[in-house]
Structures are given as structure tokens and as C-alpha cells.
Design a protein around this ligand. Structure first.
Ligand SMILES: [Fe+2]
Ligand SMILES: [Fe+2]
Length: 131
């Protein structure tokens, strides 16, 4: 089932919310491709686009750690790094998983990360109205 973005995902920062919507859209695109049993070449392409966008998004959030003087940045950063390592291992086939397992992991990681870890930044983002 595709992920449906709703207000409960909001971190009260327009840029981050826009990024998250785009990531959700990319994961849904991957799901649709897997269900259509699309040509094998399409999936690595979507994964590579996802990894690039994730890099861009994580960098933005990490910049916000500095701007908002976010106190829990170590744990947050650790989660970003581990997720990127996992994506890399999938991309290089070091870690061979089925499409279904990949999708399950991406969906649960993202929802969990946005709803728990990213959301912890909300009070700090709210304090900085200029961003
Ligand atoms: Fe994050
Ligand atoms: Fe995020």
C-alpha cells in the first residue's frame, strides 16, 4: 500500500515537510515499479535517485541542527548515517534483499524516523520562525 502523507507527519517547517513529501512519493514510485515487475534496470535507477535525494535532505536537516542548536543531534545523525550505509549496501548488492523486504524496510524506517526522530526537532524549529 502506498504511504499517504498527512498532517501528522508535519515537523512545522515548510522545507523539511516538502522534502518528506517528496521522499514518500519516491518510495511510492518504487513500490509501483516493484508491483508492475518493471524492468530490472528501473529499480536501481529509482534507488539511486532516492539515495541522492536522501543525501540532500539529511544535509539540510543537519544544517538545521546547527541553526536551532539542536541538543539531540548525535543520535539523529547516527540514524541518518546508518540508513545511508544500508542504502549503499543495497545499491552495491553487498546486501541482497527482495524488493518486498526492501520496501518494507524503507517504509517502516522512514515513517518511524519522521514520526519519532524528526518530530523531536519540532519545538526547536518552531522557536526559529525565520527558517
Ligand atoms: Fe532526520
Ligand atoms: Fe527527515
Amino acid at each position: 500500500m502506498p504511504i499517504k502523507w498527512d498532517q501528522t507527519f508535519s515537523v512545522h517547517n515548510k522545507t523539511i515537510d516538502t522534502h518528506h513529501k517528496h521522499i514518500v512519493h519516491m518510495v511510492n514510485t518504487l513500490e509501483a515499479a516493484l508491483h508492475r515487475k518493471t524492468e530490472q534496470t528501473v529499480i536501481p535507477k529509482i534507488l539511486s535517485e532516492l539515495a541522492d535525494y536522501i543525501q540532500y535532505h539529511f544535509s539540510y536537516e543537519e544544517q538545521m541542527f546547527l541553526v536551532t542548536k539542536y541538543p539531540d543531534k548525535e543520535e539523529h545523525l547516527k540514524q541518518h548515517t546508518e540508513f545511508q550505509r544500508y542504502l549503499k549496501r543495497i545499491q552495491t548488492n553487498e546486501n541482497a534483499v527482495t524488493g518486498e523486504a526492501l520496501l518494507k524496510f524503507l517504509t517502516s524506517w522512514l515513517l518511524n524516523h519522521i514520526l519519532q526522530t524528526d518530530k523531536r526537532m519540532v519545538p526547536f524549529l518552531k522557536e526559529n520562525k525565520s527558517i
